[in-house]
Ligand binder design. Structure first.
Ligand code: ZN
Length: 108
């Protein structure tokens, strides 16, 4: 039982792909190898880091370059899922409110 908005959101949730609740940040870093050109003039190395909160602490995880685009898709899907969960919750509240109004109208 839901309304139109809820149906649409549920429909999209059914098609959900792998997701992750985290953000992906690209930073530039020195690799630490004193023989590398990044130690002197650069350019620096691009590093992709996944960050998320766990028990109020920010955690990070290194993402290999070949997985960067794939992980970015998971992050986008995770954001979408969060939005859809909010939309369905909203739809269910609206559904209940509309039932309440209907009952009140019938009584009056
Ligand atoms: Zn380097």
């Amino acid at each position: 039982m839901t309304n139109m908005l809820g149906k649409q959101a549920l429909e999209r949730i059914r098609k959900i792909k792998p997701f992750i609740q985290a953000s992906l940040t690209i930073t530039k870093k020195r690799c630490g190898n004193p023989g590398c050109r990044c130690a002197q003039e650069g350019p620096l190395h691009e590093v992709a880091l996944l960050t998320w909160k766990e028990e109020k602490r920010t955690r990070t995880l290194y993402v290999p370059i070949e997985l960067r685009q794939e992980v970015e898709k998971w992050v986008q899907e995770g954001k979408l899922l969060k939005r859809l969960v909010t939309e369905v919750s909203q739809a269910q509240r609206e559904f209940l409110i509309s039932k309440k109004k209907l009952r009140r109208n019938n009584q009056g």
